[in-house]
Design a protein around this ligand. Structure first.
Ligand code: C2E
Ligand code: MG
Ligand code: MG
Ligand code: MG
Length: 289
């Protein structure tokens, strides 16, 4: 689009590039400040077991409330953190904070923490995990680490060693955003996952006539079951989507249909009111039947 408008346009484009770089540098500085001043937060989204409708755990999700720009998505600031080396301190803080918050919740509840490919390649990770668990005094199997297929890009002895080290600690492992990356069945065979998280792009539209997503979800579920793994359908927003993923046999559901990510205080209050989850997403599609 930059060249479409002829000569005059080029200057605007160059200017935009310049301010993008400047904006980015400012964001890096602000993120460094946020880490130093402890102004990042973890929010917790309930994970619900389909058969019982009980909250079996929470996924911890980073939140950055920027003093000027307001809320900035982790999808935007995690890459900045990775480029600047801030991912190390941020991830360590997130692991420790999630374990400390989990220590206040019922023993039947787990917490899942996202681990980026860069962290997964860091040999210091098992030490941080062990220390966070010990400090909070929680059992290792109450902590689940969510890993994406991107950790397999540089599949190496280091990757295998990291899987062994984490399993030796006793934490659970989940394969996040399944189906969106370099999906290969080879690593499902060798990596010791306890759960596959079915990406929300498969849930979205699955209830539309002619969609192939349902067939894909069903295949992932049967594959997971054959391998003794649980399945969480991500991003379930409507009653129809909930009915479908339940019918297709997903063992767990996560999405706005039950709850958006909550502050730790709100998550604690939510648990105090009971473990049973209540679906409150739109019912429009059903009402017109
Ligand atoms: P993810 O791990 O796949 O997390 C699920 C994302 O889906 C979250 O976005 C969550 O808020 C969103 N979500 C949940 N239910 C629904 C729904 O019903 N509809 C829709 N439209 N979205 C839903 P969020 O919180 O913006 O996080 C985005 C990504 O940032 C995460 O994707 C994860 O890859 C990354 N991330 C978040 N926290 C951390 C962290 O502590 N460490 C690392 N390394 N990455 C993180
Ligand atoms: Mg995740
Ligand atoms: Mg995901
Ligand atoms: Mg994602």
């Amino acid at each position: 689009a930059a060249k479409d408008g002829g000569r005059g346009r080029y200057h605007f484009y160059a200017h935009d590039l310049h301010s993008d770089a400047e904006e980015r540098r400012r964001l890096e500085d602000d993120l460094r400040d946020a880490v130093t001043h402890g102004s990042l937060e973890l929010y917790y989204q309930p994970v619900v077991q389909t058969t019982t409708e009980k909250i079996t755990g929470f996924e911890a999700l980073l939140r950055w409330n920027h003093p000027v720009h307001g809320f900035i998505s982790p999808a935007k600031f995690i890459p900045i953190a990775e480029d600047t080396g801030l991912i190390g301190p941020i991830s360590e803080w997130a692991l420790r904070q999630a374990c400390n918050d989990l220590a206040q919740w019922p023993a039947s509840v787990r917490v899942a923490v996202n681990v980026s490919a860069l962290q997964f390649a860091n040999p210091g990770l098992p030490g941080v995990v062990t220390s966070a668990l010990a400090h909070a005094g929680i059992e290792a199997d109450r902590l689940e680490l969510e890993i994406t297929e991107s950790v397999f890009i540089n599949d190496s002895e280091g990757t295998d060693a990291m899987f062994r080290a984490l399993k030796a600690i006793g934490v659970r492992l989940a394969l996040d955003d399944f189906g969106t990356g370099y999906s290969s069945l080879g690593y499902l065979k060798k990596a010791p996952f306890d759960k596959i998280k079915i990406d929300q792009s498969f849930v979205r539209g699955a209830t539309q006539p002619g969609s192939r997503n349902g067939a894909i979800i069903a295949s992932i579920v049967s594959l997971a079951e054959a391998l003794g793994m649980e399945t969480t359908a991500e991003g379930v927003e409507t009653h129809d989507e909930l009915d479908l993923v339940r019918l297709l046999g997903c063992s767990h559901v996560q999405g706005y249909i039950y709850e958006r990510p909550l502050s730790s205080e709100a998550a604690t209050k939510r648990l105090e009111s009971g473990l049973v989850a209540i679906a409150h997403g739109p019912r429009a599609a059903r009402a017109v039947r």
